[in-house]
Design a binder for this molecule. Structure first.
Ligand code: BG6
Ligand code: MG
Length: 219
């Protein structure tokens, strides 16, 4: 496969923010008398804000009308924004900055494919907003991963379907796969066994490593 673009997920690939999403959801859940565990949280990686809230409420069969859902989602987000207030360059996960630099030096386009509505302010906080040729996030999409929408929109914006996706969520890997792109899971091999390849993190990973991965093995 000839590679022309890489699309990165944000939470869990570029920045370790999953812990803050968890903390904010857990606070909201406990106020509603719902036990929300890390195992539950794993299923919410890559899932949009409203769908995540509905998942949590369903754990105790709690029903809310549209207005109440909006208020709860917004209070989770206010708390989340407080938790990530001091986020900065030093919170970028290992290897990300070097890999993006290396890819750009090799004329590979860089895209973001995230469910988060906070993606753009977060990229500004991290100081890497300008590195992206296209940003597709929760303010553009109508479907949550595993739907391929976010990556298909990213590919369209980047003008190529020769795309490699970096994802930390099983649902995100599924979204990349059903968009027809090569998927690289970042994290646990067992959790991400649906990915074309899995790396524990991006530390030391280069354009050359990527090219080697994409070459068909000689018989
Ligand atoms: C994803 C996270 O990137 O964004 C989810 O993995 C989160 O945990 C989703 O719920 C939506 O994020 P936000 O910032 O719009 O609430
Ligand atoms: Mg993620």
């Amino acid at each position: 496969m000839r590679i022309e673009a890489c699309i990165f997920d944000l939470d869990g690939v570029i920045v370790d923010s999953a812990i803050f999403h968890f903390e904010a959801w857990q606070y909201l859940a406990s106020n509603l008398g719902i036990e929300f565990t890390e195992k539950h949280n794993e299923q919410l990686k890559g899932v949009g804000r409203l769908d995540s809230l509905k998942f949590i409420l369903e754990l105790e069969n709690i029903e809310k009308d549209e207005q109440e859902l909006k208020i709860l989602a917004s209070s989770k987000n206010t708390h989340y924004l407080q938790l990530i207030e001091s986020l900065g360059e030093s919170d970028i996960l290992p290897g990300v900055v070097d890999l993006i630099k290396d890819l750009k030096a090799n004329n590979i386009k860089i895209g973001l494919g995230s469910a988060s509505k906070n993606a753009q302010p977060i990229l500004h906080k991290l100081g890497i907003f300008d590195q992206f040729d296209a940003i597709i996030d929760g303010t553009h999409t109508t479907e949550s991963k595993p739907h391929p929408q976010v990556f298909l929109m990213g590919s369209k914006a980047l003008g190529t379907s020769n795309v490699v996706v970096f994802e930390d969520a099983r649902k995100g890997v599924a979204a990349a796969n059903s968009a027809g792109f090569f998927s690289i899971g970042i994290g646990n091999q067992i959790e991400l066994d649906n990915a074309d390849f899995v790396l524990p993190n991006l530390a030391g990973f280069t354009f050359k490593n990527l090219i080697n991965l994409l070459q068909p093995v000689d018989e």
